[in-house]
Design a binder for this molecule. Structure first.
Ligand code: G3P
Ligand code: MG
Length: 248
């Protein structure tokens, strides 16, 4: 039984706000979403911050990288202007700030551990340790009130497993790996997170028959959402929070 919401706002507010910012979380809320996915990476000084790309140039103007920047420097950078003038000055938030915001607003979180290359284990460990501290008041069986980790990086999830075995893990695979069953077992993961573009009804059945949750990214039309749900998919994230209702 899937204990989490079915429809999740991707990167906070999908394509309606600057991804992975507090403004994005607020945008998701404004559209009625109380479930978000976001990406977490480590700064130079080992502070988890919300960011998708390891290198600047897209959401942060100029050259540079997250792993070479202090958290205090990142928090001074503009992560909103690339999206529109309205969001100019929107800072890069820390993971801790976003968890506190989400918990204050009863927003459930899918925390994607997104390490910069070479920082897989450190990122998994630090995010897991911080999550344990930030959710110390939530019982380990109260899954609906704990976040769900996910990552494309096996080593990051293994480190998270060692540091916080009670925070559930989903293994992200763009296309399903041939040895997915063995990797899921080693991770003690509860869910497969996969690209809906490559999912087939047969593969969905195999995953469900194996007893795992099944989460798809990133589903942006109601028609496609209905189709994959009919295959047994438990949940999906979407960029189009304006087209797909939270209670879809
Ligand atoms: O977690 C699902 C999805 O966010 C994975 O891809 O690149 O958008 O982080 P990406
Ligand atoms: Mg992501």
């Amino acid at each position: 039984m899937w204990p989490y919401p079915k429809v999740i706002a991707h990167r906070g507010g999908g394509t309606l706000s600057p991804e992975n910012t507090l403004a994005a979380m607020q945008c998701g809320l404004d559209y009625g979403f109380a479930a978000v996915e976001f990406d977490v990476m480590l700064s130079k000084d080992g502070i988890p911050v919300l960011m998708h790309d390891p290198e600047f140039g897209r959401t942060i103007a100029g050259a540079g990288s997250v792993a070479a920047s202090l958290a205090a420097e990142l928090q001074e950078m503009d992560a909103g202007r690339w999206f529109s003038d309205k969001f100019t000055g929107e800072p890069v938030p820390t993971y801790e700030q976003v968890v506190r915001f989400c918990r204050n607003h009863s927003i459930w979180m899918n925390v994607e551990i997104k390490p910069a290359p070479g920082y897989e284990q450190d990122t998994g460990r630090v995010v897991a340790e911080m999550t344990t501290a930030l959710f110390a008041d939530v019982g380990v069986t109260d899954l609906a009130h704990l976040p769900l980790f996910s990552s494309f990086e096996f080593d990051a999830l293994m480190a998270a497993k060692h540091a916080a075995p009670n925070i559930p893990r989903g293994f992200l695979m763009d296309e399903m790996k041939s040895d997915w069953r063995a990797q899921m077992q080693e991770l003690a993961a509860c869910a497969v997170h996969t690209n809906h573009k490559y999912l087939t009804p047969g593969m969905a059945k195999q995953i469900k028959d194996a007893g795992y949750g099944l989460f798809c990214y990133t589903v942006n039309t109601p028609e496609r959402a209905r189709e994959i749900l009919s295959w047994g998919v438990d949940a999906f994230c979407t960029d189009r929070i304006d087209l797909i209702d939270a209670d879809f």
